[in-house]
Design a protein around this ligand. Structure first.
Ligand code: HEC
Length: 265
């Protein structure tokens, strides 16, 4: 029994390292074979300015960035709401096909973006199936990793309340669901923006609740996602907003709510 347990442990440890090295492998392939054309991460606000207002004269990009690719591929290929493992395979199959037979007709990118690029040169014979699989995994996870890395950490409500009381901050309770399009849009476009992150870190504590999985605290209810409740340290609801906001409007909301602090006792 002990031997069995031990060998399962060894297996799990090996699997863990195998997975880790696979992730690193993907990044290595990207650095070696894709980075010359595809830049890694550029914030969405800057990308929008570049493509919509400046016709790519601001950044002079040669190809979509990895955060664009990661998001568009996951949104456009297969069933984004279905089984994740199957979806990963679908995305990987698309990338494999595209690397061997690039054709802009198959593009997952927006026309406003793709029009500034030449067709990607074929990489047939220059990249192995294993390398394609590794780089596909890396691209699949890229967008989510950026949101986790750049965004402000979420707290549990009770912890948030303690922090709010201790440091005189306002709780932002973000109501979302896993597949809510506008929640994801805000996560990747607004919640990672430098100015927004700075404002959030200074005056707020962030709580996120998936309403398909958990009840909201304080007996609150919300039908639409995303919804944001702004709650002060005395559990007063200062404000509730519904829907997706751009950086400018969200910053304005944060500023106004922050001015309300202390007014309501
Ligand atoms: C020599 C430049 C160049 C290199 C190297 C390159 N790409 Fe591309 N890639 C492009 C361009 C340009 C586009 C946009 C035009 C297009 O889709 O063909 C593109 C588009 C793509 C697309 C999206 C296709 C679409 O339009 O929906 C994927 C996926 C992709 N590249 C993956 C990769 C991966 C993975 C690597 C590295 C293994 C790589 N590319 C290396 C230039 C390059």
């Amino acid at each position: 029994m002990l031997v069995l347990k031990r060998s399962i442990q060894v297996c799990l440890t090996l699997l863990f390292f195998a997975n880790c090295s696979f992730a690193n492998e993907g990044e290595k392939v990207y650095q070696a074979k894709c980075v010359s054309c595809h830049e890694s991460y550029i914030p969405m606000t800057k990308l929008m300015e570049n493509f919509v207002e400046r016709k790519n004269t601001l950044l002079h990009l040669k190809a979509p960035t990895l955060n664009q690719l990661s998001y568009r591929l996951k949104q456009q290929i297969g069933d984004p709401k279905g089984d994740e493992e199957i979806h990963r395979m679908e995305v990987s199959a698309f990338i494999s096909d595209y690397l061997n037979n690039p054709d802009k007709q198959k593009t997952v990118c927006l026309r406003d973006v793709i029009q500034y690029f030449d067709t990607m040169p074929s990489m047939k014979g220059q990249i192995s199936e294993e390398e394609i699989e590794a780089v596909s995994e890396y691209i699949y996870d890229f967008d989510k990793k950026i949101v986790a890395k750049k965004g402000v950490k979420h707290e549990l409500f009770d912890t948030a309340l303690q922090k709010a009381q201790k440091n005189d901050k306002i709780i932002i309770l973000k109501v979302m669901t896993e597949h809510c399009h506008f929640c994801k849009k805000m996560d990747r476009e607004v919640m990672v923006d430098d100015q927004v992150v700075k404002a959030l870190q200074k005056d707020f504590v962030l709580v996120q609740v998936d309403i398909t999985k958990n009840a909201l605290p304080l007996g609150l209810t919300a039908e639409l996602t995303p919804s944001f409740f702004f709650i002060d340290k005395n559990k007063n609801i200062l404000q509730k907003i519904v829907g997706s906001w751009n950086v400018e409007d969200f910053l304005e909301i944060l500023k106004k709510v922050n001015m309300q602090k202390g007014v309501k006792k």
